[in-house]
Design a protein around this ligand. Structure first.
Ligand SMILES: [Zn+2]
Length: 646
C-alpha cells in the first residue's frame, strides 16, 4: 500500500449505497444531507469536490422480493432506485454521481478488484457452513447469534447455509490494519466506534466468505463458475467504481490517489467499512480512505421509530412542514454527528423559532430596516473603531478557526454552535452601539455608517458560513443584502476582510427569512395532560427556596485551572460586581471559550470557598442528563444581568 501525500486540494465524500428494497427514510436522509453539507463546505474552502451516493441492488433478499412482486430483480430495482433520486432532489442534495450496483461500470470494477485479489493469492476455495441472515446479507459468527437462531442486528431468524465458497484471506491483513488504525487517529470516527473496531480486530479476524452459489442475483465470479460475489464485497467496491477505478485512471488519480477520501455511514455498518473494506484495499494494493465516520440513530419523540407506533419520521412530510433548509439545519444542529439523537417536534420548532427566526432572521430584518431608515438602503461611507467593533472582528476570526477545526472532524453541530455565537454577538452589537441614538446626532453620522456597515458585512459572511447547511436561505440573505452573485461558488477565503460593500451599493428588499411557527406550538400544548393527584417528594416551601439567592450573571472570561483538568475558572459579572467562580465542568466543555458572553444562573449567597488554592465566590447552575452530561443553564441574551430567579 502507499501513503501518498495530498498533492492537490481534492476531496471525495461518499454515503453508503442504500439498500434498494426499502424506501429512503430519515436515517438515509441524515447521512446524505451530512455528505452534502461537507461537500458544499469543502467547496467554500476551495477544494475540488466529488460526492457520491447510490443504491445497493444485488443479493438474495432483492431476488426474493422481486419474485414476490412478479418482477425480474432488474425491473424491481429499476422501480426502486428513482425513489432515492427523487428524495435527494427534494432535500437539495448536489451529488456528482449516483451509482447503481447493477450498472455495467460497477460490474467491471468488481471483476477487476476480484481478479487483482485472486492473482495476489488472497482467495482460496473452501466450504462454508454457517448461519446466515438473508436480511443483512451476512453470516453471523456463532458467538453473536441470539438465542441460537436470531440475527443480532435485525432480530430475524437465521438460515443454516452450507456451500462451497471462495474465501478472502482477511486474517492476513489483521496486523497491517491495526497498525494503520493506530497510526491514523482520525481514520475511524468518532472515538467510540474506533475503539469498538480495534477490540473486534484484536479478537482475531477470520477469513471472509466472498462467494455464493445458492442464488443468482449478483455479479458472477470469473475464476469460480457458478458463483456470484458476496453482496458486501460487491457493494463496498462502488466507492472505487464511481471515481473511475476500472475505466478512468485519470479520474481515479484525482479523486482517490490524490484526494482526501471520506466515507460517511450509520454505526450499524462500521465493521464492514472499517474492517472488510480496508482489508480488500490492502490486498488490492489501493490506498486506504482517510476517514470512516459513523453517525448514530434517530429516535422519534424519545422512542424507537416503528411503523406500529406510527412515529416514523418521513422527510417528505417534514420538508412540507418546515421547508428544506430548516429541516437540513435541524438534523445537523440537533445532535453531534456520531451520537444518537432524538427527533422531537418541540425541539425542531424551538430551533426554528430561536436560532433561525429570532437570532438570524431578526438580525437581518433589523439591520435592513435600520439601513433603510437612516440611509435609504444605500451603502454610505462609515468609520467605527470602538472596542465593540474590534471585539466582533476578533470573534469572527475565532469563529473561522472553530468552524475549520470542527469540520475537519465532521463535528457539524459544534461548527454551527460557533457560527451562532457570532450571530448572537452581532445582535448584542446592536444593543451595545445603539444605532438609534447615533442617528439622533448629525456628528455621529460617520460612526452610524460604520456600525451599519459592520452589520451588513457580518451578515454577508454569515450567509457563506451557513451556505453548506442552508443553500437556499443563504442565497436569500445575499439577495436581501443586494449582492448580485450566486453564493454557490463563494469561498471562505473571500470573506476574511470586512470590505465587500462599497459606497453607493444598494441593499435589496427585506423579507421574512424564517416565519415563526406559532400555530404548531399551540397544537403541541393542547396535547399535554396533567396528573391532578401528583405526589410531591421531599416538599419544600417558598420561604426556604427564597433563602437561596440565584441571579443571572454574564460570563466574562473562562480559563482552565493549571493542574486540575476538571476545573474551569470563570469571571462573571453579577448585578453588582465581578466575581470569580470555579466549576468542575471542564470535561463537558472542551470548547470552553465559547461560553464567554453567555448568560447563566449562579447562586450568589454561598460562603466563598477555596478549591485547589483558588477562590470561588458562588456556584453556577447546571443540569445533568445521560445524553448531554453536565450543561450550564443558559439564559436568553435579552434578560439583564442581575435579574433574580424567583
Ligand atoms: Zn439480520
Amino acid at each position: 500500500m502507499c501513503h501518498l501525500k495530498k498533492m492537490e486540494k481534492n476531496f471525495y465524500v461518499t454515503t453508503p449505497i442504500y439498500y434498494v428494497n426499502g424506501a429512503p427514510h430519515v436515517g438515509s436522509a441524515y447521512t446524505t444531507i451530512a455528505a452534502d453539507v461537507i461537500a458544499r463546505y469543502k467547496k467554500t474552502q476551495g477544494y475540488n469536490v466529488y460526492s457520491l451516493t447510490g443504491t445497493d441492488e444485488h443479493g438474495q433478499k432483492v431476488e426474493e422480493t422481486a419474485l414476490l412482486k412478479g418482477l425480474t430483480p432488474q425491473a424491481w430495482t429499476d422501480l426502486m432506485a428513482p425513489k432515492f433520486q427523487e428524495m435527494w432532489k427534494l432535500l437539495n442534495i448536489e451529488n456528482d454521481d449516483f451509482i447503481r450496483t447493477t450498472e455495467p461500470r460497477h460490474k467491471s470494477a468488481v471483476v477487476k478488484i476480484l481478479s487483482t485479489v485472486y492473482e495476489k493469492g488472497d482467495i482460496y476455495c473452501g466450504e462454508y457452513e454457517g448461519k446466515y441472515c438473508v436480511s443483512c446479507e451476512n453470516f453471523v459468527p456463532e458467538n453473536q447469534i441470539v438465542e441460537n437462531k436470531f440475527c443480532p442486528d435485525c432480530g430475524k431468524e437465521l438460515r443454516v447455509v452450507k456451500e462451497e465458497s471462495y474465501f478472502f484471506k482477511m486474517s492476513k491483513y489483521q496486523d497491517e490494519l491495526l497498525k494503520h488504525i493506530d497510526e491514523n487517529p482520525n481514520f475511524i470516527l468518532p472515538q467510540s466506534r474506533r475503539n469498538e473496531v480495534i477490540n473486534f480486530i484484536k479478537q482475531g479476524l477470520q477469513d471472509l466468505s466472498i462467494s455464493r452459489n445458492t442464488f443468482t442475483w449478483g455479479i458472477p465470479i470469473e475464476f469460480a463458475p457458478g458463483h456470484i460475489t458476496y453482496v458486501w464485497f460487491d457493494a463496498l467496491t462502488n466507492y472505487l467504481t464511481a471515481v473511475g477505478y476500472e475505466n478512468n485512471l485519470e479520474k481515479f488519480d484525482e479523486f482517490w490517489n490524490n484526494s482526501e477520501v471520506v466515507h460517511l455511514l450509520g454505526k450499524d455498518i462500521v465493521r464492514f467499512h472499517a474492517i472488510i473494506w480496508p482489508c480488500m484495499l490492502l490486498s488490492a494494493g489501493i490506498k486506504l480512505p482517510d476517514k470512516i465516520v459513523a453517525h448514530g440513530w434517530w429516535t422519534s419523540e424519545g422512542e424507537k421509530m416503528s411503523k406500529s407506533k406510527n412515529n416514523v419520521v418521513d422527510p417528505i412530510e417534514e420538508v412540507k412542514k418546515y421547508g428544506v433548509d430548516a429541516f437540513r439545519f435541524c438534523l445537523m444542529r440537533e445532535v453531534n454527528f456520531g451520537n444518537d439523537g432524538d427527533y422531537s417536534t418541540k425541539n425542531i420548532i424551538s430551533r426554528i423559532n430561536n436560532d433561525l427566526a429570532n437570532d438570524l432572521g431578526n438580525l437581518l430584518n433589523r439591520t435592513l430596516g435600520m439601513y433603510s431608515k437612516y440611509f435609504d438602503g444605500v451603502i454610505v461611507e462609515g468609520k467605527n473603531e470602538d472596542e465593540f467593533t474590534k471585539n466582533l472582528y476578533i470573534l469572527f476570526e475565532e469563529t473561522l478557526i472553530v468552524v475549520e477545526r470542527s469540520m475537519e472532524k465532521l463535528e457539524f453541530s459544534k461548527s454551527m454552535e460557533a457560527i451562532w455565537k457570532f450571530i448572537s454577538r452581532m445582535n448584542k452589537y446592536i444593543d451595545e452601539t445603539m444605532p438609534w441614538l447615533l442617528a439622533k446626532e448629525e456628528s455621529e453620522k460617520v460612526k452610524l455608517g460604520g456600525v451599519m456597515n459592520t452589520l451588513v458585512e457580518g451578515l454577508y459572511k454569515v450567509a457563506v458560513l451557513i451556505y453548506p447547511y442552508m443553500p437556499v436561505k443563504s442565497q436569500n440573505i445575499w439577495d436581501q443584502l443586494g449582492v448580485e452573485k450566486s453564493i454557490k461558488n463563494s469561498l471562505i477565503e473571500d470573506i476574511k476582510e470586512w470590505n465587500h460593500f462599497k459606497k453607493g451599493d444598494k441593499l435589496g428588499v427585506a423579507t421574512v427569512l424564517f416565519p415563526r411557527l406559532e400555530v404548531l406550538v399551540e397544537e403541541a400544548k393542547n396535547e399535554l395532560e396533567i396528573n391532578e393527584n401528583l405526589k410531591i417528594e421531599n416538599p419544600t416551601t417558598i420561604e426556604k427556596f427564597g433563602e437561596t439567592k440565584i441571579e443571572v450573571v454574564e460570563i466574562i472570561s473562562v480559563e482552565k485551572v493549571e493542574g486540575a483538568d476538571r476545573l474551569l475558572k470563570f469571571k462573571v459579572k453579577t448585578g453588582k460586581e465581578i466575581r470569580q467562580i470555579v466549576s468542575g465542568i471542564a470535561k463537558n466543555y472542551p470548547e470552553f471559550k465559547l461560553l464567554e458572553g453567555k448568560k447563566v444562573l449562579a447562586v450568589l449567597n454561598l460562603p466563598p470557598v477555596t478549591l485547589l488554592g483558588i477562590l470561588s465566590q458562588g456556584m453556577i447552575l447546571s443540569t445533568e442528563d445521560k445524553k448531554n452530561g453536565i450543561k450550564l443553564v443558559e439564559i436568553s441574551q435579552e434578560i439583564k444581568v442581575g435579574a433574580k430567579l424567583k
